[in-house]
Design a protein around this ligand. Structure first.
Ligand code: DAT
Ligand code: MG
Length: 148
């Protein structure tokens, strides 16, 4: 089963959106396979966003991610990487459709509430970084009602 890395960013935690976000992934039919509240340090945040290190907003992005606790999660399910990105919405909340998390709860690209892996390959890398012990191995008893 496909896995993705989802993180509620510090603004999402401070604004009390953790439950709402978990609920949207649960109700869709995805399975929670790992979750922890943690505060990451600068080195760790820079590693997570290493691909963006040349961008002009890199420093402020890292400051934002280390500004408070985040909720790191592993979600599993059919096409969870691509569908997870659709649930999250476009990077810039000005362009995120209503009904998406960013479309419903954010106005600013630098405070866009949530992160989601953008490819299966990056999901593997991000899960390895954030969850060195891997996912929790369990199967939902609802699975036959969600998947053929
Ligand atoms: P996403 O988070 O949708 O995968 P990304 O990987 O391109 O987007 O960028 C990571 C984060 O960096 C993004 O969630 C918010 C911030 N960011 C991206 N583009 C930005 C910009 N033009 N100005 C300020 N922050 C930006
Ligand atoms: Mg990204």
């Amino acid at each position: 089963m496909e896995h993705t890395f989802i993180m509620v960013k510090p603004d999402g935690v401070q604004r009390g959106l953790v439950g709402e976000i978990i609920s949207r992934f649960e109700k869709k039919g995805f399975y929670l396979k790992g979750m922890k509240l943690m505060k990451v340090d600068r080195k760790f945040a820079e590693k997570h966003y290493a691909d963006l290190s040349a961008k002009p907003f890199f420093k402020s992005l890292v400051e934002y991610i280390i500004s408070g606790p985040v909720v790191a999660m592993i979600w599993a399910g059919k096409n969870v990487v691509t569908t997870g990105r659709k649930i999250i919405g476009a990077t810039n909340p000005s362009e995120s459709a209503p009904g998406t998390i960013r479309g419903d709860f954010a106005v600013e690209v630098g405070r866009n509430v949530i992160h989601g892996s953008d490819s299966v390959e990056n999901a593997k890398k991000e899960i390895a970084l954030w969850f060195p012990d891997g996912a929790v191995n369990w199967e939902s008893s609802l699975r036959p009602w969600i998947s053929e």
